[in-house]
Ligand binder design. Structure first.
Ligand code: AMP
Length: 510
Protein backbone atom coordinates (compact mmCIF):
# COMPACT_ATOMS: atom_id res chain seq x y z
CA UNK A 1 0.00 0.00 0.00
CA UNK A 2 1.22 3.51 -0.68
CA UNK A 3 0.08 6.88 0.63
CA UNK A 4 -1.25 7.71 -2.84
CA UNK A 5 -4.03 5.16 -2.44
CA UNK A 6 -5.45 6.59 0.78
CA UNK A 7 -7.15 9.61 -0.75
CA UNK A 8 -4.90 12.23 0.82
CA UNK A 9 -4.32 15.73 -0.60
CA UNK A 10 -1.09 16.01 -2.56
CA UNK A 11 0.30 18.61 -0.11
CA UNK A 12 0.02 15.98 2.62
CA UNK A 13 1.52 13.20 0.54
CA UNK A 14 4.41 15.51 -0.25
CA UNK A 15 4.96 16.23 3.47
CA UNK A 16 4.84 12.52 4.30
CA UNK A 17 7.34 11.80 1.53
CA UNK A 18 9.56 14.63 2.81
CA UNK A 19 9.60 12.84 6.15
CA UNK A 20 10.96 9.75 4.40
CA UNK A 21 7.84 7.59 4.66
CA UNK A 22 6.55 5.83 1.58
CA UNK A 23 4.33 3.16 3.10
CA UNK A 24 1.52 3.81 5.55
CA UNK A 25 1.77 1.89 8.81
CA UNK A 26 -1.03 -0.56 9.60
CA UNK A 27 -3.01 1.92 11.67
CA UNK A 28 -2.60 4.61 9.03
CA UNK A 29 -3.79 2.24 6.31
CA UNK A 30 -6.83 1.26 8.35
CA UNK A 31 -7.80 4.57 9.95
CA UNK A 32 -7.09 7.22 7.31
CA UNK A 33 -9.69 6.18 4.68
CA UNK A 34 -12.68 6.01 7.07
CA UNK A 35 -11.49 9.16 8.86
CA UNK A 36 -11.38 10.98 5.50
CA UNK A 37 -14.89 9.70 4.82
CA UNK A 38 -16.04 11.43 8.00
CA UNK A 39 -16.60 8.31 10.14
CA UNK A 40 -16.19 8.28 13.91
CA UNK A 41 -13.41 5.90 14.95
CA UNK A 42 -12.44 3.91 18.02
CA UNK A 43 -8.80 2.99 17.52
CA UNK A 44 -6.49 0.83 19.60
CA UNK A 45 -2.94 1.29 18.47
CA UNK A 46 0.26 1.49 20.44
CA UNK A 47 2.58 4.43 20.55
CA UNK A 48 5.27 4.05 17.91
CA UNK A 49 2.77 2.62 15.43
CA UNK A 50 2.34 5.89 13.54
CA UNK A 51 -1.01 6.65 15.19
CA UNK A 52 -0.44 10.41 15.39
CA UNK A 53 -0.26 10.70 11.61
CA UNK A 54 -3.36 8.51 11.34
CA UNK A 55 -5.47 11.29 12.83
CA UNK A 56 -3.42 14.38 11.98
CA UNK A 57 -3.39 13.69 8.24
CA UNK A 58 -7.22 13.44 7.95
CA UNK A 59 -7.50 16.50 10.20
CA UNK A 60 -5.17 18.46 7.92
CA UNK A 61 -7.13 17.29 4.90
CA UNK A 62 -10.23 18.87 6.36
CA UNK A 63 -8.37 22.14 6.88
CA UNK A 64 -7.10 22.11 3.30
CA UNK A 65 -10.60 21.36 2.01
CA UNK A 66 -11.96 24.34 3.95
CA UNK A 67 -9.41 26.79 2.53
CA UNK A 68 -11.23 29.47 0.62
CA UNK A 69 -14.10 29.25 3.05
CA UNK A 70 -12.28 31.36 5.60
CA UNK A 71 -14.12 34.62 5.13
CA UNK A 72 -15.88 34.27 8.45
CA UNK A 73 -12.56 33.70 10.18
CA UNK A 74 -11.33 37.09 9.10
CA UNK A 75 -14.24 39.07 10.51
CA UNK A 76 -12.74 41.61 12.83
CA UNK A 77 -13.17 40.89 16.51
CA UNK A 78 -14.88 37.52 15.97
CA UNK A 79 -13.23 34.61 17.70
CA UNK A 80 -13.81 31.58 15.56
CA UNK A 81 -11.77 28.97 17.44
CA UNK A 82 -10.23 25.83 15.97
CA UNK A 83 -11.66 23.41 13.39
CA UNK A 84 -9.75 20.54 14.94
CA UNK A 85 -9.44 19.88 18.67
CA UNK A 86 -7.02 17.23 19.94
CA UNK A 87 -7.09 16.31 23.65
CA UNK A 88 -4.06 14.53 25.10
CA UNK A 89 -3.34 13.36 28.65
CA UNK A 90 0.07 15.01 28.99
CA UNK A 91 1.87 18.10 27.90
CA UNK A 92 4.64 16.06 26.30
CA UNK A 93 2.17 14.21 24.13
CA UNK A 94 0.50 17.51 23.19
CA UNK A 95 3.87 18.87 22.05
CA UNK A 96 4.49 15.70 20.09
CA UNK A 97 1.15 16.01 18.31
CA UNK A 98 1.81 19.70 17.58
CA UNK A 99 5.15 18.75 16.08
CA UNK A 100 3.46 16.16 13.87
CA UNK A 101 0.86 18.75 12.77
CA UNK A 102 3.65 21.15 11.78
CA UNK A 103 5.58 18.39 10.00
CA UNK A 104 2.69 16.97 7.98
CA UNK A 105 1.14 20.40 7.47
CA UNK A 106 4.31 22.05 6.21
CA UNK A 107 2.87 22.44 2.70
CA UNK A 108 -0.49 23.69 3.96
CA UNK A 109 0.02 27.41 3.68
CA UNK A 110 -0.70 29.51 6.73
CA UNK A 111 -1.53 26.57 8.96
CA UNK A 112 -2.24 27.72 12.49
CA UNK A 113 -1.57 25.24 15.28
CA UNK A 114 -1.71 26.08 18.99
CA UNK A 115 -1.10 24.09 22.14
CA UNK A 116 -2.81 24.92 25.38
CA UNK A 117 -1.35 22.87 28.21
CA UNK A 118 -0.91 23.16 31.94
CA UNK A 119 2.24 24.47 33.58
CA UNK A 120 2.84 27.36 31.19
CA UNK A 121 1.65 30.95 31.61
CA UNK A 122 -1.84 31.90 30.51
CA UNK A 123 -1.39 35.14 28.53
CA UNK A 124 0.27 33.62 25.44
CA UNK A 125 -2.36 30.88 25.40
CA UNK A 126 -5.19 33.39 25.64
CA UNK A 127 -3.68 35.30 22.72
CA UNK A 128 -3.40 32.13 20.65
CA UNK A 129 -7.01 31.19 21.44
CA UNK A 130 -8.21 34.61 20.34
CA UNK A 131 -6.37 34.54 17.03
CA UNK A 132 -7.19 32.57 13.89
CA UNK A 133 -6.69 28.89 14.58
CA UNK A 134 -6.87 25.62 12.64
CA UNK A 135 -5.76 23.01 15.14
CA UNK A 136 -5.83 23.26 18.92
CA UNK A 137 -4.01 20.62 20.94
CA UNK A 138 -4.68 20.68 24.63
CA UNK A 139 -4.65 18.86 27.93
CA UNK A 140 -8.19 18.76 29.34
CA UNK A 141 -7.59 20.62 32.60
CA UNK A 142 -6.14 23.75 31.07
CA UNK A 143 -8.65 23.84 28.24
CA UNK A 144 -11.46 23.64 30.76
CA UNK A 145 -9.99 26.65 32.56
CA UNK A 146 -10.08 28.63 29.34
CA UNK A 147 -13.61 27.45 28.60
CA UNK A 148 -14.81 28.55 31.99
CA UNK A 149 -13.34 32.00 31.58
CA UNK A 150 -14.83 32.22 28.09
CA UNK A 151 -11.42 32.43 26.42
CA UNK A 152 -11.75 29.21 24.45
CA UNK A 153 -14.35 28.97 21.70
CA UNK A 154 -15.14 25.46 20.53
CA UNK A 155 -18.36 26.03 18.63
CA UNK A 156 -16.72 25.61 15.24
CA UNK A 157 -14.85 22.40 15.98
CA UNK A 158 -15.41 19.86 13.20
CA UNK A 159 -13.16 17.06 14.45
CA UNK A 160 -12.56 16.09 18.06
CA UNK A 161 -9.64 13.73 18.68
CA UNK A 162 -9.13 12.02 22.03
CA UNK A 163 -5.59 10.66 22.12
CA UNK A 164 -4.77 8.06 24.78
CA UNK A 165 -8.28 8.32 26.17
CA UNK A 166 -7.73 5.50 28.67
CA UNK A 167 -4.87 7.43 30.17
CA UNK A 168 -6.92 10.62 30.39
CA UNK A 169 -9.59 8.73 32.33
CA UNK A 170 -6.98 7.15 34.60
CA UNK A 171 -5.84 10.68 35.39
CA UNK A 172 -9.32 11.69 36.44
CA UNK A 173 -10.22 13.79 33.40
CA UNK A 174 -13.56 12.14 32.62
CA UNK A 175 -15.73 15.06 33.70
CA UNK A 176 -13.47 17.58 32.01
CA UNK A 177 -13.69 15.63 28.76
CA UNK A 178 -17.46 15.42 29.02
CA UNK A 179 -17.74 19.14 29.68
CA UNK A 180 -15.41 19.96 26.80
CA UNK A 181 -17.38 17.64 24.47
CA UNK A 182 -20.59 19.47 25.44
CA UNK A 183 -19.04 22.67 24.09
CA UNK A 184 -18.19 21.05 20.76
CA UNK A 185 -20.98 20.79 18.15
CA UNK A 186 -22.88 17.50 18.03
CA UNK A 187 -22.30 17.36 14.29
CA UNK A 188 -18.57 16.89 14.80
CA UNK A 189 -16.52 13.87 13.82
CA UNK A 190 -14.91 12.12 16.81
CA UNK A 191 -11.75 10.03 16.65
CA UNK A 192 -10.95 8.23 19.89
CA UNK A 193 -7.65 6.44 20.51
CA UNK A 194 -7.28 4.15 23.52
CA UNK A 195 -5.43 0.96 24.48
CA UNK A 196 -8.74 -0.41 25.70
CA UNK A 197 -12.41 0.30 25.11
CA UNK A 198 -13.57 -1.80 28.06
CA UNK A 199 -15.30 -0.40 31.14
CA UNK A 200 -15.47 3.34 31.63
CA UNK A 201 -13.53 4.12 28.42
CA UNK A 202 -16.13 2.15 26.47
CA UNK A 203 -18.95 4.00 28.22
CA UNK A 204 -17.35 7.33 27.38
CA UNK A 205 -16.95 6.21 23.76
CA UNK A 206 -20.63 5.31 23.66
CA UNK A 207 -21.63 8.72 24.90
CA UNK A 208 -19.31 10.66 22.57
CA UNK A 209 -19.20 8.68 19.32
CA UNK A 210 -21.79 7.92 16.67
CA UNK A 211 -21.80 4.68 14.71
CA UNK A 212 -18.06 4.39 15.23
CA UNK A 213 -15.83 2.04 13.29
CA UNK A 214 -13.62 -0.05 15.56
CA UNK A 215 -9.99 -0.43 14.49
CA UNK A 216 -7.77 -2.63 16.62
CA UNK A 217 -4.15 -2.70 15.62
CA UNK A 218 -3.42 -4.65 18.71
CA UNK A 219 -0.74 -3.27 20.85
CA UNK A 220 -0.07 -4.99 24.11
CA UNK A 221 0.69 -8.37 22.58
CA UNK A 222 3.11 -6.91 20.06
CA UNK A 223 6.32 -8.84 20.23
CA UNK A 224 8.49 -5.71 19.91
CA UNK A 225 10.86 -7.74 17.82
CA UNK A 226 13.40 -4.94 17.54
CA UNK A 227 13.49 -4.49 21.32
CA UNK A 228 15.44 -7.04 23.31
CA UNK A 229 14.01 -7.49 26.77
CA UNK A 230 16.01 -8.65 29.78
CA UNK A 231 15.22 -9.23 33.41
CA UNK A 232 17.90 -8.98 36.09
CA UNK A 233 17.04 -10.19 39.57
CA UNK A 234 18.62 -8.08 42.28
CA UNK A 235 19.15 -9.21 45.87
CA UNK A 236 18.56 -5.74 47.27
CA UNK A 237 18.79 -2.09 46.31
CA UNK A 238 22.59 -2.01 46.60
CA UNK A 239 22.80 -4.88 44.14
CA UNK A 240 20.25 -3.13 41.92
CA UNK A 241 22.34 0.05 41.90
CA UNK A 242 25.45 -1.94 40.99
CA UNK A 243 23.57 -3.54 38.06
CA UNK A 244 22.36 -0.12 36.91
CA UNK A 245 25.87 1.32 37.10
CA UNK A 246 27.17 -1.57 35.04
CA UNK A 247 24.52 -1.20 32.32
CA UNK A 248 24.98 2.56 32.06
CA UNK A 249 28.69 2.16 31.42
CA UNK A 250 28.32 -0.51 28.73
CA UNK A 251 29.90 0.51 25.46
CA UNK A 252 26.80 0.16 23.29
CA UNK A 253 24.79 2.47 25.56
CA UNK A 254 24.03 5.57 23.51
CA UNK A 255 21.25 7.15 25.56
CA UNK A 256 19.08 5.67 28.28
CA UNK A 257 15.78 6.39 29.93
CA UNK A 258 15.77 5.03 33.47
CA UNK A 259 12.28 4.70 34.91
CA UNK A 260 11.49 5.09 38.58
CA UNK A 261 8.20 4.52 40.36
CA UNK A 262 8.02 7.92 42.04
CA UNK A 263 9.02 11.49 41.39
CA UNK A 264 11.14 11.44 44.50
CA UNK A 265 13.05 8.37 43.36
CA UNK A 266 13.62 10.06 39.99
CA UNK A 267 15.21 13.07 41.69
CA UNK A 268 17.21 10.94 44.06
CA UNK A 269 18.53 8.66 41.36
CA UNK A 270 19.39 11.53 38.99
CA UNK A 271 21.43 13.07 41.82
CA UNK A 272 23.21 9.82 42.47
CA UNK A 273 24.05 9.35 38.79
CA UNK A 274 25.18 12.98 38.47
CA UNK A 275 27.49 12.42 41.42
CA UNK A 276 28.96 9.53 39.49
CA UNK A 277 29.67 11.77 36.52
CA UNK A 278 26.79 10.93 34.19
CA UNK A 279 25.20 13.64 32.03
CA UNK A 280 21.79 13.12 33.56
CA UNK A 281 18.58 14.92 34.44
CA UNK A 282 15.25 13.89 35.85
CA UNK A 283 11.87 14.39 34.19
CA UNK A 284 8.64 14.16 36.10
CA UNK A 285 5.29 15.81 36.54
CA UNK A 286 6.38 17.86 39.55
CA UNK A 287 8.62 19.98 37.35
CA UNK A 288 7.48 23.17 35.63
CA UNK A 289 6.87 22.79 31.92
CA UNK A 290 9.71 25.07 30.90
CA UNK A 291 12.23 22.87 32.63
CA UNK A 292 10.64 19.71 31.27
CA UNK A 293 11.00 21.11 27.76
CA UNK A 294 14.63 22.01 28.36
CA UNK A 295 15.37 18.53 29.68
CA UNK A 296 13.77 16.95 26.59
CA UNK A 297 15.72 19.29 24.38
CA UNK A 298 18.90 18.27 26.24
CA UNK A 299 18.07 14.65 25.47
CA UNK A 300 17.43 15.34 21.78
CA UNK A 301 20.63 17.33 21.39
CA UNK A 302 22.52 14.58 23.26
CA UNK A 303 23.71 16.91 25.99
CA UNK A 304 22.05 14.40 28.24
CA UNK A 305 22.97 10.75 28.09
CA UNK A 306 20.67 9.53 30.82
CA UNK A 307 17.14 10.62 31.63
CA UNK A 308 15.57 9.47 34.88
CA UNK A 309 11.83 9.67 34.41
CA UNK A 310 8.43 8.70 35.73
CA UNK A 311 5.74 7.16 33.55
CA UNK A 312 3.58 10.21 33.05
CA UNK A 313 6.41 12.53 32.08
CA UNK A 314 8.03 10.07 29.70
CA UNK A 315 4.94 9.46 27.60
CA UNK A 316 5.35 10.70 24.09
CA UNK A 317 9.16 10.89 24.17
CA UNK A 318 10.25 10.14 20.62
CA UNK A 319 14.05 10.26 20.53
CA UNK A 320 15.48 7.66 18.14
CA UNK A 321 18.92 7.59 19.79
CA UNK A 322 17.54 6.12 23.02
CA UNK A 323 19.27 2.74 22.97
CA UNK A 324 18.31 1.58 26.46
CA UNK A 325 15.24 1.65 28.63
CA UNK A 326 15.94 0.58 32.19
CA UNK A 327 13.16 -0.18 34.62
CA UNK A 328 14.74 0.75 37.94
CA UNK A 329 11.38 1.00 39.69
CA UNK A 330 8.59 -1.10 38.27
CA UNK A 331 5.47 0.49 36.81
CA UNK A 332 2.20 0.50 38.69
CA UNK A 333 0.30 -0.95 35.75
CA UNK A 334 1.42 -3.65 33.36
CA UNK A 335 0.47 -1.58 30.31
CA UNK A 336 2.95 1.10 31.38
CA UNK A 337 5.70 -1.46 30.87
CA UNK A 338 4.77 -1.55 27.19
CA UNK A 339 4.78 2.25 26.97
CA UNK A 340 8.14 2.36 28.71
CA UNK A 341 9.95 -0.12 26.50
CA UNK A 342 8.48 1.63 23.45
CA UNK A 343 10.77 4.62 24.21
CA UNK A 344 13.59 2.61 22.64
CA UNK A 345 13.69 0.77 19.32
CA UNK A 346 12.20 3.78 17.55
CA UNK A 347 12.50 4.76 13.91
CA UNK A 348 13.40 1.21 12.89
CA UNK A 349 16.35 0.90 15.27
CA UNK A 350 17.08 -1.85 17.78
CA UNK A 351 16.70 -1.24 21.47
CA UNK A 352 17.35 -2.93 24.78
CA UNK A 353 14.83 -2.89 27.63
CA UNK A 354 16.27 -4.00 30.95
CA UNK A 355 14.15 -4.59 34.02
CA UNK A 356 15.83 -4.62 37.44
CA UNK A 357 13.58 -6.44 39.87
CA UNK A 358 13.77 -7.44 43.49
CA UNK A 359 11.87 -10.31 45.06
CA UNK A 360 9.06 -7.96 46.11
CA UNK A 361 8.48 -7.17 42.41
CA UNK A 362 7.62 -10.77 41.52
CA UNK A 363 3.87 -10.11 41.33
CA UNK A 364 4.32 -7.18 38.95
CA UNK A 365 6.68 -9.14 36.72
CA UNK A 366 4.05 -11.86 36.49
CA UNK A 367 1.37 -9.32 35.59
CA UNK A 368 3.59 -7.77 32.92
CA UNK A 369 4.25 -11.21 31.42
CA UNK A 370 0.55 -11.97 31.42
CA UNK A 371 -0.26 -8.64 29.84
CA UNK A 372 2.33 -8.85 27.07
CA UNK A 373 1.91 -12.63 26.76
CA UNK A 374 5.68 -12.82 26.72
CA UNK A 375 8.24 -13.96 29.22
CA UNK A 376 11.04 -11.52 29.89
CA UNK A 377 14.21 -13.56 29.55
CA UNK A 378 16.30 -13.58 32.73
CA UNK A 379 19.86 -12.35 32.31
CA UNK A 380 22.93 -12.25 34.54
CA UNK A 381 25.89 -9.89 34.61
CA UNK A 382 29.06 -11.77 35.24
CA UNK A 383 30.49 -10.75 38.60
CA UNK A 384 27.12 -9.35 39.69
CA UNK A 385 25.15 -12.59 39.91
CA UNK A 386 22.33 -12.56 42.47
CA UNK A 387 23.08 -14.50 45.62
CA UNK A 388 19.45 -15.33 46.36
CA UNK A 389 17.73 -18.03 44.32
CA UNK A 390 15.72 -16.72 41.36
CA UNK A 391 12.13 -16.00 42.48
CA UNK A 392 9.61 -18.32 40.94
CA UNK A 393 7.09 -16.61 38.70
CA UNK A 394 3.96 -18.65 39.00
CA UNK A 395 2.16 -19.40 35.79
CA UNK A 396 -1.21 -17.80 35.26
CA UNK A 397 -4.24 -19.80 36.33
CA UNK A 398 -4.33 -23.20 34.60
CA UNK A 399 -7.21 -22.22 32.37
CA UNK A 400 -5.27 -19.25 31.02
CA UNK A 401 -4.64 -19.06 27.32
CA UNK A 402 -2.71 -16.45 25.41
CA UNK A 403 -2.50 -15.75 21.75
CA UNK A 404 0.88 -14.05 21.65
CA UNK A 405 4.21 -15.34 20.52
CA UNK A 406 6.32 -16.87 23.27
CA UNK A 407 10.00 -16.60 23.70
CA UNK A 408 12.63 -16.79 26.36
CA UNK A 409 12.69 -19.15 29.26
CA UNK A 410 10.11 -20.07 31.82
CA UNK A 411 6.44 -20.69 31.45
CA UNK A 412 4.96 -21.46 28.11
CA UNK A 413 1.54 -19.94 28.64
CA UNK A 414 0.36 -20.71 25.14
CA UNK A 415 0.34 -24.45 25.73
CA UNK A 416 -2.25 -24.19 28.48
CA UNK A 417 -5.72 -25.05 27.29
CA UNK A 418 -9.00 -23.55 28.36
CA UNK A 419 -10.73 -20.25 28.83
CA UNK A 420 -9.15 -17.07 27.48
CA UNK A 421 -7.54 -14.96 30.12
CA UNK A 422 -8.41 -11.31 30.10
CA UNK A 423 -5.62 -9.15 31.49
CA UNK A 424 -7.05 -6.35 33.58
CA UNK A 425 -6.09 -3.53 31.30
CA UNK A 426 -8.98 -1.52 32.45
CA UNK A 427 -8.03 -1.28 36.06
CA UNK A 428 -10.01 1.86 36.71
CA UNK A 429 -9.08 4.88 38.74
CA UNK A 430 -6.24 3.46 40.78
CA UNK A 431 -3.80 6.20 41.64
CA UNK A 432 -0.51 5.94 39.83
CA UNK A 433 2.64 5.66 41.85
CA UNK A 434 4.41 8.44 40.03
CA UNK A 435 1.60 10.91 40.25
CA UNK A 436 2.51 12.14 43.64
CA UNK A 437 -0.66 11.90 45.64
CA UNK A 438 1.49 11.97 48.76
CA UNK A 439 1.96 15.42 50.26
CA UNK A 440 4.79 17.16 48.48
CA UNK A 441 6.02 19.04 51.51
CA UNK A 442 9.35 19.79 49.95
CA UNK A 443 7.82 21.88 47.19
CA UNK A 444 5.10 23.69 48.99
CA UNK A 445 2.50 23.20 46.26
CA UNK A 446 -0.17 20.59 45.89
CA UNK A 447 -0.13 17.94 43.16
CA UNK A 448 -1.22 19.06 39.73
CA UNK A 449 -4.48 17.96 38.29
CA UNK A 450 -3.02 16.51 35.12
CA UNK A 451 -0.47 14.53 37.06
CA UNK A 452 -2.13 13.87 40.34
CA UNK A 453 -4.77 11.62 41.71
CA UNK A 454 -6.70 14.36 43.47
CA UNK A 455 -8.68 16.28 40.84
CA UNK A 456 -7.53 19.84 40.81
CA UNK A 457 -7.51 22.72 38.38
CA UNK A 458 -4.58 22.62 36.01
CA UNK A 459 -3.03 25.78 37.36
CA UNK A 460 0.28 27.42 36.83
CA UNK A 461 2.66 27.01 39.68
CA UNK A 462 6.10 28.32 40.23
CA UNK A 463 8.17 26.48 42.81
CA UNK A 464 9.42 28.94 45.33
CA UNK A 465 12.99 29.02 44.20
CA UNK A 466 12.48 28.34 40.51
CA UNK A 467 13.93 31.64 39.49
CA UNK A 468 17.15 30.90 41.30
CA UNK A 469 17.69 27.63 39.51
CA UNK A 470 19.49 26.84 36.30
CA UNK A 471 17.90 24.79 33.57
CA UNK A 472 18.77 21.35 34.92
CA UNK A 473 19.67 21.65 38.53
CA UNK A 474 16.90 20.82 40.86
CA UNK A 475 15.76 21.74 44.28
CA UNK A 476 17.03 19.35 46.90
CA UNK A 477 14.34 17.41 48.64
CA UNK A 478 14.27 17.96 52.35
CA UNK A 479 15.45 15.13 54.45
CA UNK A 480 12.75 13.28 56.25
CA UNK A 481 10.03 14.33 53.85
CA UNK A 482 7.31 11.83 53.30
CA UNK A 483 7.70 9.64 50.30
CA UNK A 484 5.04 8.86 47.77
CA UNK A 485 6.36 5.33 47.69
CA UNK A 486 5.16 4.97 51.29
CA UNK A 487 1.71 5.96 50.15
CA UNK A 488 2.00 9.08 52.21
CA UNK A 489 1.80 6.94 55.31
CA UNK A 490 3.92 9.34 57.27
CA UNK A 491 7.11 7.31 57.45
CA UNK A 492 10.37 8.99 56.62
CA UNK A 493 11.34 8.29 53.03
CA UNK A 494 13.78 5.42 52.68
CA UNK A 495 16.24 6.23 49.93
CA UNK A 496 16.62 3.55 47.32
CA UNK A 497 20.07 2.21 47.90
CA UNK A 498 19.83 3.02 51.56
CA UNK A 499 21.67 6.31 51.20
CA UNK A 500 20.31 8.88 53.60
CA UNK A 501 20.38 12.53 52.89
CA UNK A 502 20.87 14.33 49.64
CA UNK A 503 23.54 15.69 47.40
CA UNK A 504 22.49 18.31 44.90
CA UNK A 505 22.58 17.17 41.31
CA UNK A 506 25.05 19.04 39.20
CA UNK A 507 22.93 19.11 36.14
CA UNK A 508 24.84 18.58 32.94
CA UNK A 509 28.28 18.37 34.42
CA UNK A 510 30.04 15.13 33.76
P1 AMP B 1 3.48 7.58 16.82
O1 AMP B 1 2.88 6.19 16.91
O2 AMP B 1 2.54 8.55 16.25
O3 AMP B 1 4.10 7.98 18.13
O4 AMP B 1 4.67 7.52 15.72
C1 AMP B 1 5.88 6.87 15.96
C2 AMP B 1 6.98 7.22 14.95
O5 AMP B 1 6.67 6.68 13.68
C3 AMP B 1 7.19 8.70 14.74
O6 AMP B 1 8.57 8.95 14.86
C4 AMP B 1 6.73 8.95 13.33
O7 AMP B 1 7.47 9.98 12.73
C5 AMP B 1 6.98 7.61 12.66
N1 AMP B 1 6.10 7.34 11.50
C6 AMP B 1 4.86 7.83 11.27
N2 AMP B 1 4.37 7.35 10.11
C7 AMP B 1 5.30 6.52 9.60
C8 AMP B 1 5.36 5.71 8.42
N3 AMP B 1 4.36 5.65 7.56
N4 AMP B 1 6.47 4.98 8.22
C9 AMP B 1 7.48 5.01 9.10
N5 AMP B 1 7.49 5.74 10.24
C10 AMP B 1 6.41 6.50 10.50
Amino acid sequence: MSFDTLGLHEALIKAVTDSGYDTPTEVQGKAIPPALAGRDLMVSSSTGSGKTASFILPALQRILAARGDNTKRREKGVVYGPRILVLTPTRELAMQVAKAADTYGRHAQGLRVATVVGGVPYPAQIKALRGPLDILISTPGRLLDHLQTGKAVLENVEVLVLDEADRMLDMGFIEDIQTIAEHVPQSRQTLMYSATFAGHVGRLAQSLLKDAERIDVSSHTDTHENIEQRLHWADNSTHKNALLDHILTERDMEQAVVFTSTQRDADWLADRLADMGHAVASLHGGMPQGRRNRVLQGLRTKHLRVLVATDVAARGIDVPSISHVINYGLPMKAEDYVHRIGRTGRAGRNGLAVTLAERMDTGMIRRIQQFTTQNIPVAIVSGLEPKSPEPKIFAPRPEAKFGGKQFGRGNDFSKRPGKPFAPRRDAGFAPRRDEGFAPRRDQGFPPRRDEAFAPRRDQVFVPRDAAARGPFDRKPAEQGAFAARNGGAGKPAPRPGGKPGFKPQRGFSR
